[in-house]
Design a protein around this ligand. Structure first.
Ligand code: ATP
Ligand code: MG
Length: 300
């Protein structure tokens, strides 16, 4: 079942059309990467899913229930980590989670149990410092714990890793991929390597629409052909092969690069190497990265 369905959503701010007939859905128990450049409309979309912003047209369903602007009935299924989470600096993480639990009407025992479990999950179990002394990464981790407090079916994180260093990003990504058994995770980002690391499915938002979507494998498979890099033992061998396959690019003294070759062309090239008895040091097939695909989509 799809935990989230966004259907024909259109939104303009004044004369500026941000979303233009946006459609996508997110299946349960996946980690879904919502990718887009700055200003693409990621935060706008998320706020609509939460009923915090009104769309001009279209419908959104969370767990099969329709989202109504200004009402929070579907938010019981959702945990939300905003792009810039705000905390009370004078509280400790435990106090903060306790306050959040009380606001949402959780029982005392439940709050205690769940807080302990979540603080352990995000690596803040032993942290008794006040939040004002926290690093950005620690704040993001606490934000995830808070968003998971009511055991949501859907966890929405708006650029959870953007302001963090590689170490901090890895910690967040590890946490997000570890919770997918219990909850579906949607996170927005423009850091493509993060997406490649943990997402099952992705959607690229561009010019108000989904320009590209699917599983990571599907998306990489869209490209017709991978690139090949061949490294030879001698420059002479390199040039001999290059004289036969002159469409390649010489990228080093003994290196040739051939962009986008079909399976058949690759086989032919290997046949040619063996026929002409040209030894190779290395022959590598390079899969397109998400970055290549993204640039292809947004460059259109
Ligand atoms: N309340 C608002 N009033 C006017 N324009 C807005 C408002 N909110 C967003 N916008 C505009 O809508 C567009 C999309 O903004 P949004 O914040 O959704 O983008 P985003 O994809 O989240 O970008 P970022 O990666 O920078 O967070 C931007 O051009 C922004 O200026
Ligand atoms: Mg944003």
């Amino acid at each position: 079942m799809d935990i989230l369905e966004v259907s024909h959503i259109t939104k303009a701010f004044g004369a500026k059309k941000v979303l233009n007939d946006l459609n996508f859905s997110v299946p349960e128990h996946s980690v879904f990467g919502f990718i887009g450049q700055n200003g693409a409309g990621k935060t706008t979309t998320m706020k609509m899913v939460l009923g915090l912003l009104e769309s001009d047209k279209g419908e959104i369903f969370v767990n099969g229930e329709k989202v109504t602007f200004g009402q929070n009935n579907t938010n019981k299924y959702i945990g939300y980590l905003p792009d810039v989470p705000e905390f009370y600096g004078f509280m400790t993480p435990r106090e903060y989670l306790s306050m959040c639990g009380q606001i949402t009407g959780m029982h005392k025992e439940e709050i205690k149990e769940k807080s302990a479990e979540l603080l352990k999950l995000v690596g803040l179990k032993a942290e008794n410092k006040r939040i004002k002394g926290f690093s950005r990464g620690m704040k993001q981790r606490l934000g995830i714990a808070q968003a998971l407090l009511n055991s949501p079916k859907l966890l929405i994180c708006d650029e959870p890793t953007s302001a963090l260093d590689p170490m901090g990003r890895k910690e967040i990504l590890d946490i997000l991929s570890s919770v997918k058994e219990h909850t579906t995770v949607i996170f927005s980002t423009h850091i493509l390597s993060d997406v490649e690391r943990i997402c099952d499915r992705i959607a690229v938002l561009h010019k108000g629409k989904i320009a590209l979507s699917g599983t990571l494998e599907e998306i990489k498979g869209i490209r017709n052909g991978d690139s090949i890099e061949i490294e030879f033992l001698t420059e002479q061998d390199t040039d001999t092969f290059w004289s036969i396959y002159s469409s390649g690019e010489k990228t080093g003294r003994t290196k040739l690069f051939f962009p986008k070759r079909t399976e058949h062309e690759m086989m032919e090239m290997m046949g040619c190497l063996s026929q002409n008895q040209i030894p190779v040091l290395r022959l590598e097939r390079l899969e397109p990265t998400l970055e290549d695909l993204f640039l292809e989509v947004v460059g259109r």
